[in-house]
Structures are given as structure tokens and as C-alpha cells.
Design a protein around this ligand. Structure first.
Ligand SMILES: C[S@@+](CC[C@H](N)C(=O)[O-])C[C@H]1O[C@@H](n2cnc3c(N)ncnc32)[C@H](O)[C@@H]1O
Length: 283
């Protein structure tokens, strides 16, 4: 199959990009203007992305989201506000960071209220794990910053643990104008008085190259090799075959993986408390 060598710049009227996924993005072609690039992973309905991009026309913003309904909202909002510095991409966040963002390229990665996977046996599916720490470091330019927010104290603890184990990140402060811009989920939590947590980690300007190596005793903080398969620590497999320790998730497992795009763009079965639908804190 012949693949086009570069990303296809969106034709009106959509900012949702169509690109081949076997090459890294060319931000210059994608945005048509050379500006610092920031990426939001799991951008949801784009509340943060659009407001922040409107405040910073001197930067380019790529929103990554896997649900098409939410991606379309980002697209509609950005076009309504005539923002030329926003693009949206429908793909798995971890794949984008590892395989599509050029090394040493982005000024910031924003990850706000990622699905918390509250059950212990699902923690390995959390986006922020040691595998991710290494690929995020590689995607950020020297001096670039990873920004994190969550409502889930257990996940926040894991974020701090993971980033503490990444030797080449330093904790840093968020600029006040960044914290002012809230996400859709954040507004929902705030409205219900649910506290939220935030942290930022910088790739230092002069850090030596860092190749992540497994840290003994922290195996649970690495991503599983295949997202659709989970090692079910709770289930004692019969026999010793590796295959038997990999259990396929039942299709009705209540989790964010069951979110589906309906034809009208609505989303169902999100175990993470949706601010508009669920008053129960996830912690
Ligand atoms: C809990 S919502 C938070 C949305 C938004 N950041 C906010 O704070 O309002 C998590 C979002 O991440 C998206 N998401 C979850 N896992 C993802 C993945 N692996 N790749 C891309 N998007 C993902 C979900 O579809 C959902 O929109």
C-alpha cells in the first residue's frame, strides 16, 4: 500500500486531521505556521484546549482524543472562534506520544483528568506509568513541561511516584494563567466541591539523554504490552502457560473502554464520573 509521505493538512471545514500513522507528524505542515507546539491528551470536549489556544495565538495546539463525538466538539468550537492554531487527532494517546510526535519537539504535554482506573488490577492501564514517563520525556523539547491534573488521590500518588522515578524530570510550578483555564471535568468537580490535584514536571534544559530501564519492584507501574489484554492479578491461572495469564476483558466490563460514540456523538458507560451525569466522586 502506498502511503502519503506527510500529514494531510485539513481541508475546510474540519480541523480533525487525517494523517498516516507510520510517520511522525510534521508540525510545520500540519499548522502551516512555525510556532511552539503544545499537545493535550484526552482533550475531551476541548474546553481547556480551545480557551487556552485562544489566549495563546503565538502557540500551536494539538488535541488528541479517541472519541469522535468529543473530537467533533473540539472542531466545532475552534472553527466557531476562528482559531487557526488548533488541530485535533483521533488516536490512542500513548501511541501518539511514542510514535507520532517528533523527538525533542513539543513545549508542553497537558493531561487533565485521565481515566483513573480505580480498581487495583487495572492500574497498569493508567496512562501515566513508567513507560509513558520515558516516552513523554523523549517527546518534550529540553525545557518542555508535562502538566497533570486529576481528582483521584490514588492516581495522583501514582503520578508523583512515577515522575519521581523518572530521573530526568524536575517538578516545577504551573504558570498562573494556565491554572486559570479549567477543563470540562474540572468545572464539574469544582461545582460539586470535589477537590482536584495538579502537578507539573519539566524536562531540564541540559539533562543527559535518558533511556528508561525497568526498575525492580515497580513492575506494576509499567504499561502492559497490549492494551486490550490485561494481566488479571486477581485470577490464578490454571497451568503455567503465559497465554493463560492474559485474560481478555469481557465486552460489558464497566470502564472507560466501553465508552462508545453514538451516531449523535453522545457517550455512554463512562466509569469515570462525568460531571454532568454523576454526582459521586471517583476516589
Ligand atoms: C475523564 S475524560 C477528561 C476529559 C478532559 N481532559 C477534561 O478534563 O474535561 C478523559 C478523556 O480522555 C479520553 N481518553 C481516554 N483514554 C484515551 C486514550 N488512550 N487515548 C486518547 N484519548 C483517551 C476519553 O475519551 C475522555 O474524553
Amino acid at each position: 500500500m502506498e502511503v502519503s509521505p506527510q500529514p494531510v493538512v485539513p481541508t475546510e471545514p474540519t480541523l480533525i486531521i487525517q494523517t498516516n500513522i507510520v510517520e511522525r507528524l510534521n508540525f510545520h505542515l500540519l499548522f502551516g505556521a512555525v510556532r511552539p507546539v503544545e499537545v493535550e491528551l484526552g482533550a475531551g470536549d476541548g474546553s481547556f484546549l480551545i480557551d487556552y489556544a485562544a489566549r495563546h495565538p503565538e502557540r500551536n495546539f494539538l488535541g488528541v482524543e479517541r472519541l469522535l463525538g468529543r473530537l467533533r466538539k473540539i472542531d466545532r468550537k475552534a472553527r466557531r472562534r476562528r482559531l487557526d492554531n488548533v488541530r485535533a487527532l483521533r488516536l490512542e494517546a500513548a501511541y501518539v506520544v511514542e510514535w507520532m510526535i517528533p523527538h525533542d519537539s513539543v513545549d508542553a504535554i497537558h493531561i487533565y483528568f485521565p481515566d483513573p482506573w480505580p480498581k487495583r488490577r487495572h492500574w497498569r492501564r493508567r496512562l501515566i506509568n513508567l513507560t509513558f514517563g520515558a516516552v513523554a520525556w523523549r517527546a518534550l523539547r529540553p525545557g518542555g513541561i508535562l502538566y497533570l491534573r486529576t481528582d483521584h488521590p490514588g492516581y495522583f500518588e501514582q503520578m508523583l511516584e512515577v515522575m519521581g522515578l523518572c530521573p530526568s524530570f524536575c517538578r516545577t510550578e504551573e504558570p498562573p494563567d494556565l491554572l486559570e483555564v479549567t477543563t470540562d471535568f474540572e468545572r464539574g468537580f469544582q461545582a460539586k466541591g470535589i477537590p482536584t490535584l495538579h502537578a507539573a514536571f519539566q524536562r531540564p534544559l541540559n539533562a543527559a539523554d535518558w533511556v528508561a530501564a525497568p526498575v525492580e519492584g515497580y513492575e506494576h507501574l509499567y504499561a502492559p504490552p497490549f492494551p486490550e489484554l490485561a494481566v488479571e492479578e486477581d485470577i490464578e491461572p490454571e497451568g503455567n502457560a503465559l497465554e493463560e495469564s492474559l485474560v481478555e476483558l469481557p465486552p460489558d466490563q464497566p470502564s472507560y473502554r466501553n465508552e462508545r460514540d453514538a451516531a449523535d456523538g453522545t457517550v455512554t458507560e463512562n466509569s469515570h464520573p462525568s460531571p454532568e451525569k454523576d454526582a459521586t466522586p471517583s476516589a
